[in-house]
Design a protein around this ligand. Structure first.
Ligand code: ATP
Ligand code: MG
Length: 454
């Protein structure tokens, strides 16, 4: 490891006074009041298992950060000083749960009987051979393990067993930075070692309303200028972007990425124009509105934000960006289709002032519902909103009273005619032209007469 970036030097330079010992904050009471009983029971089981097998176990990272922030977080990451894989197996047995095979880095996912997923890792140190390389890993102490992490606020651990049980371990100033709302890397090579941290920094900053520490911001800007983002694999890049788009502040994150000049390093066409910024904001607003009333239809968040980013681009550009993000050809095609259906629906709904319900339903029927926020963003105005609302609550559930079998019985020939007549029945019912079964049958008979005479 580079001597400038060893845990020892980082502690001295970054730990504010009063927190050097790291052992002065006792969190047992906080765990009792803030964690669910199930999670508390898991922490105790982990502690007893560690005692029995004579290893030290710690809750680490986002879990500790969120515990201090008072944010509810059921994700638990455990780090073991000793054999983490063996510990994970004993822990899984003690919780009546199961565990998966270790990952390439020796992390084991334990699934407790109550469904909780717990990541168990062996404490390790990491070194990076070149920018954006995957790290070389060797076993280490908890302090080494915390030093390999991205930002100080993620470097705190809660000892679960031994004499320090339930005290906060904070060697890198995490508690003070959390109190100040600051995102800070642990050493100057952090973004070079792992440029995904550029995206993680922005995500955490926007999610908690924190700010990037001045020096960290300078390092981030240097990493961007050095084009280290371009060295990232598409899969790693997409993982981070997707987490942003699925998180609580997707548009704020995209705006910040743009402001920091990061988006063009993903693709030259991705810089945000004022119009696109506005569109993204409207998509987010429409999503919030729809989540309140129709959460069931909305599905995933990332496709609609990606579609909003791609709106107006040539298909080749969309394909190029999707390829950079290693999206599958199928996902790419679904995005292209979703975007095109949305644009057409918008065009149609806007053009006709007094479009009947059947026209609205026809425009929206082929639209993937997760694209609705984009439709509303592209077609602002009360009328389209009202039509979409009626479609969601009423029109999309309406079916003709008669079925395909009824039509056959009435003499409609098998084949495409059945579908055509059913579509006419549906349109008539939506527009209030038929209101019962008899009226539908009369409409079928007149359709038959027309078919026979033409
Ligand atoms: P979230 O609440 O979004 O899950 P998190 O901090 O728990 O936030 P994870 O992606 O679950 O984030 O990662 C767990 C922990 O692993 C982090 O708290 C951090 O300490 C560490 N970590 C994750 N990614 C990196 C990275 N690229 N570089 C260094 N440390 C990382
Ligand atoms: Mg997490």
């Amino acid at each position: 490891m580079n001597p400038q970036t060893s845990p020892e030097t980082a502690v001295k330079s970054q730990t504010p006074e009063g927190l050097e010992t790291g052992g002065d904050l006792h969190l047992a009471e906080r765990c009792r009041t803030r964690l669910s009983p199930a999670l508390q029971a898991l922490l105790h089981t982990a502690a007893r298992t560690a005692d029995t097998h004579r290893v030290r176990v710690f809750a680490v990272g986002g879990f500790v950060r969120d515990l201090l922030l008072g944010v509810r977080d059921e994700d638990l990451d455990l780090t073991v000083e000793g054999d983490g894989v063996a510990f994970a197996r004993h822990f899984a047995a003690a919780t009546d749960g199961s565990c998966k095979e270790p990952s390439a880095f020796g992390t084991v996912v334990v699934i407790a009987r109550d469904g909780h997923k717990i990541d168990v890792a062996t404490a390790r140190r990491e070194t990076y051979k070149h920018p954006a390389a995957l790290p070389t890993v060797e076993p280490g102490t908890i302090r080494d393990d915390l030093f390999r992490r991205d930002f100080s606020i993620n470097t705190m651990a809660l000892a679960l067993n031994g004499p320090e049980a339930f005290t906060l371990l904070d060697w890198y100033g995490g508690h003070a930075d959390l109190a100040e709302g600051v995102i800070r890397v642990l050493h100057n090579r952090s973004f070079r070692d792992d440029p995904t941290r550029i995206f993680r920094a922005v995500r955490l900053e926007q999610r908690f309303g924190f700010i990037l520490h001045r020096h960290t911001l300078r390092l981030l800007q240097r990493a961007v200028d050095k084009r280290w983002i371009e060295l990232l694999s598409g899969a790693r890049l997409w993982r981070e972007l997707r987490l942003m788009l699925e998180g609580g502040a997707p548009v704020a994150c995209l705006r910040r990425l743009d402001e920091l000049g990061i988006l063009p390093h993903i693709d030259a066409d991705l810089a945000l124009s004022p119009d696109r910024r506005e569109l993204l904001t409207r998509v987010a607003e429409a999503r919030v509105e729809l989540v309140e009333t129709h959460a069931d239809v909305l599905g995933r968040a990332w496709p609609v934000y990606l579609a909003a980013l791609f709106h107006g681009f040539d298909v080749e550009v969309i394909r190029r960006i999707s390829a950079r993000l290693t999206l599958s050809p199928r996902t790419t095609q679904e995005l292209i289709n979703g975007l095109s259906v949305t644009e057409k629906a918008c065009h149609r709904l806007r053009q006709e002032h007094t479009i009947p319900p059947s026209g609205v339903a026809a425009a929206l029927r082929t639209l993937p519902l997760e694209m609705l926020p984009l439709l509303l963003a592209l077609c602002p105005g009360g009328e389209v909103h009202r039509q979409v609302e009626r479609y969601l609550t009423t029109w999309r559930h309406i079916r003709p009273d008669l079925t395909g079998n009824d039509l056959k019985r009435l003499g409609v020939p098998q084949g495409p005619s059945i579908g055509r007549v059913l579509a006419r029945l549906l349109a008539a019912k939506l527009d209030g032209e038929v209101t019962n079964r008899e009226a539908e049958e009369a409409l079928v008979r007149s359709a038959l007469l027309q078919m026979q005479s033409s």
